[in-house]
Design a protein around this ligand. Structure first.
Ligand SMILES: NC(=O)C1=CN([C@@H]2O[C@H](COP(=O)(O)OP(=O)(O)OC[C@H]3O[C@@H](n4cnc5c(N)ncnc54)[C@H](O)[C@@H]3O)[C@@H](O)[C@H]2O)C=CC1
Ligand SMILES: O=C([O-])CC(=O)C(=O)O
Length: 351
C-alpha cells in the first residue's frame, strides 16, 4: 500500500516536472511497468549522499529492470536495503574497481554522482582537482564496458566534468555527442519552486527553462519564458535569478560543512534519468534542459532544452526569445563557461 503510494507520488511528480506533461501522462498509458522494455541503469557513487536516495528513486521507477549500484565502499548494504522494495527491478551492488566492469556491462543509462561535494566557502570549481580524476577513470570504464550507454553526469563541476567525459570517449573512439548529458535538472527544479512561490501559481503547472551551465552566473533561468505567465516586476525577476544561481550555495551553507544538496538532487537526477529512459523507449516529445554538446551559442557545450529520443539527444532546442536582462546574463556567463569547458578538455588531454 505504502509502496503503491510512493510510486504514484513519484509518477505524478515526474509528470509534473516534464516540460510536456501531456506526453508524460501518455507514457503512463503506453507503458505498463511489466510491458516496458528491459533497461539497465547503473549508479556510480551509489553509497553517497545523492547516490542512496537516487538508488531508492530509481528502484521505484517501473521503467528500470536492472539496477546496478556501484561505489568504492558501502554498496552491499545499500543494495541489500533497496533490493527488498517490491518493485520491478533486480538490484545488485558492486564495490571496488575490480567490480566496476560488471556493474557497467549492459547498461542503458549510467548516472554519475561520484565525487566530493562542496563545503561552505568553496566554489564548484574547487572540486575539480579531486573530481576530474574520478570522472576520468569512471568514463574510461564506461567506454570499455558500455560504450553505447547514455551518461548522466552529476559530479561537479559539471561545466568541466562533461567536457572531460567527452574527451575520454573521443580518445577511446566511442564518443557520441547524443549520449552525454550534464544533469542541470536541479536548476530547473529550483527555478520552478522559487517562481511558483513568488508568482503564487500552482508549482505543479510551472515550467521554466534554465540554460547556460551549472555554476553561479553560468546558470541562467529564463523567467521571461516561465509559464503560467505572472508579469512579475523586474526586481522580483532579478531576485529569483540570483536565488536560482545561488541555490546550491544556499544548501551548502545550511548544511554547514555536511555536504551539498543530496535529496533534491536525487529527485532531480531521477527525473532526468526517467526522461532518458522514456526517450530510449520511443516516447515522443520528451523535453528536458541539459548541458550537452551544442551549437546554440559559440561555446561547444551549453545547457538548453533538449528533445530526448531512442538514441539520446534527438534535438538541441534553441533559446527562444530572451529579455534584455537575460541577453545580458547570456553574454556575462560566456567567459566563465568557456574557461571551465577548456579546463576540462585540457585536463583530459594532459593526464
Ligand atoms: N549536478 C548537480 O546539480 C549536483 C551535483 N552535485 C555533485 O555530486 C557529487 C556527489 O555529491 P554527494 O553525493 O553529496 O557526495 P558524497 O560524498 O556524499 O558521495 C559521493 C560518493 O562517491 C563515491 N566515490 C568517490 N570516488 C568514487 C569512485 N572513483 N567511484 C565510485 N564512487 C566514488 C564516494 O565513496 C561517495 O559514496 C559532488 O561532486 C557534488 O558536487 C551535488 C548536487 C547537485
Ligand atoms: O552547490 C553544490 O555544490 C551542489 C550543486 O551543484 C547544487 O546544489 O546545485
Amino acid at each position: 500500500m505504502r509502496t503503491a503510494m510512493l510510486r504514484s507520488v513519484l509518477k505524478r511528480s515526474s509528470s509534473n516536472l516534464m516540460s510536456s506533461t501531456t506526453s508524460a501522462y501518455g507514457v503512463r498509458r503506453g507503458f505498463a511497468s511489466e510491458s516496458a522494455p528491459e533497461r539497465k541503469v547503473a549508479v556510480l557513487g551509489a553509497a553517497g549522499g545523492i547516490g542512496q536516495p537516487l538508488a531508492l528513486l530509481m528502484k521505484l521507477n517501473p521503467l528500470v529492470s536492472k539496477l546496478a549500484l556501484y561505489d568504492i565502499a558501502g554498496t552491499p548494504g545499500v543494495a541489500a536495503d533497496v533490493s527488498h522494495i517490491n518493485t520491478r527491478s533486480e538490484v545488485v551492488g558492486f564495490m571496488g574497481e575490480e567490480q566496476l566492469g560488471q556493474a557497467l556491462e549492459g547498461s542503458d543509462v549510467v548516472i554519475i554522482p561520484a565525487g566530493v561535494p562542496r563545503k561552505p566557502g568553496m566554489t564548484r570549481d574547487d572540486l575539480f582537482n579531486i573530481n576530474a580524476g574520478i570522472v576520468k577513470s569512471l568514463c574510461t570504464a564506461i567506454a570499455k564496458y558500455c560504450p553505447h550507454a547514455l551518461v548522466n553526469m552529476i559530479s561537479n563541476p559539471v561545466n568541466s566534468t562533461v567536457p572531460i567525459a567527452s574527451e575520454v570517449f573521443k580518445k577511446a573512439g566511442t564518443y557520441d555527442e547524443k549520449k552525454l548529458f550534464g544533469v542541470t535538472t536541479l536548476d530547473v527544479v529550483r527555478a520552478k519552486t522559487f517562481y511558483a512561490g513568488k508568482a503564487k501559481v500552482n508549482v505543479a503547472e510551472v515550467n521554466v527553462p534554465v540554460v547556460g551551465g551549472h555554476a553561479g552566473i553560468t546558470i541562467l533561468p529564463l523567467f521571461s519564458q516561465a509559464t503560467p505567465k505572472a508579469n512579475l516586476p523586474d526586481e522580483d525577476i532579478k531576485a529569483l535569478t540570483k536565488r536560482t544561481q545561488d541555490g546550491g550555495t544556499e544548501v551548502v551553507e545550511a548544511k554547514a560543512g555536511k555536504g551539498s544538496a543530496t535529496l533534491s538532487m536525487a529527485y532531480a537526477g531521477a527525473i532526468f534519468a526517467d526522461a532518458c529512459l522514456k526517450g530510449l523507449n520511443g516516447v515522443p516529445d520528451v523535453v528536458e534542459c541539459s548541458f550537452v554538446q551544442s551549437s546554440v551559442t559559440e561555446l561547444p557545450f551549453f545547457a538548453s532544452k533538449v528533445r530526448l529520443g531512442k538514441n539520446g539527444v534527438e534535438e538541441v532546442l534553441g533559446l527562444g526569445p530572451l529579455s534584455d536582462y537575460e541577453k545580458e546574463g547570456l553574454e556575462a556567463l560566456k567567459p566563465e563557461l568557456k574557461s571551465s569547458i577548456e579546463k576540462g578538455i585540457k585536463f583530459a588531454n594532459q593526464s
